[in-house]
Design a protein around this ligand. Structure first.
Ligand code: TMP
Length: 216
């Protein structure tokens, strides 16, 4: 009998505004995947590696962060991503692991490109340089109205909003619209899910899409 070959690794990213339920759904998907015998790695951006977490600290928590230019911000997110892909994501994909990533390159396209108004071309080029061959096989955008997202940020247990969370409603409206635009341009990879539905319903929809990708 021929040896059964190892299933291929897959990269699945979760995107959306703050408070859209990404982390909850990633944890639910990880459980489902483990339940069918797949090895899973959950990780996040910015971060995921020691260097990446240090960069995250500058990006999210640095008190001087308000002085950061959009260009610097883009390059720091990209630097975290370049490290993440080479140190953690790519090696895991080669051994058949399913990598679930809380935010990936689409966050830069939307937050730095669209919401911060950086030109699309350099953002796309820098994204490509940072990820190399590690493009997501599937991306979920959890879409919630901006007001819901902002209310969820406020409800969070953590004390003060971080640097990005201090942005105004117009910024988050741009983020939301940017994600929806991105999804339209890449329907083969990006699935938009209404994040105002119950957690169980969102989980089911995610699982249906993931099962299709696992068969490929
Ligand atoms: P998180 O709070 O979802 O972990 O993400 C940290 C913040 O960083 C969030 O406001 C989104 C933002 N971000 C970008 O602006 N560009 C990026 O490329 C990434 C990965 C995150």
């Amino acid at each position: 009998m021929p040896l059964k070959s190892k299933p291929a690794g897959k990269l699945i990213s979760f995107e959306g505004s703050e408070g859209s339920g990404k982390s909850t759904q990633m944890a639910r998907l990880a459980k489902r995947l483990q339940g069918v015998g797949r090895s899973v790695l959950t990780t996040r951006e910015p971060g995921g590696t020691e260097i990446g977490e240090q960069i995250r600290n500058i990006l999210v928590h640095n008190l001087k962060g308000d002085e950061m230019t959009p260009e610097t911000e883009l390059l720091l997110f990209a630097a975290s991503r370049a490290q993440h892909v080479r140190e953690l994501i790519a090696p895991n994909l080669t051994t058949g692991v399913i990598v679930l990533c809380d935010r990936f390159l689409d966050s830069s396209t939307v937050y730095q490109g669209i919401a911060r108004n950086l030109a699309a071309d350099p953002v796309a080029q820098i994204n490509r340089f940072a990820v190399g061959n590690a493009m997501p096989d599937l991306t979920f955008i959890l879409d919630v109205p901006t007001k819901v997202s902002l209310a969820r940020i406020k409800q969070r247990a953590s004390d003060l909003p971080d640097r990005m969370e201090r942005e105004n409603i117009e910024f988050y409206e741009k983020v939301r619209a940017g994600y929806l635009l991105l999804a339209k341009s890449m329907p083969e990879r990006v699935v938009v899910i209404d994040g105002t539905q119950s957690e169980a319903v969102v989980e089911k929809k995610i699982w249906a899409a993931v099962q299709k990708v696992l068969k490929t």
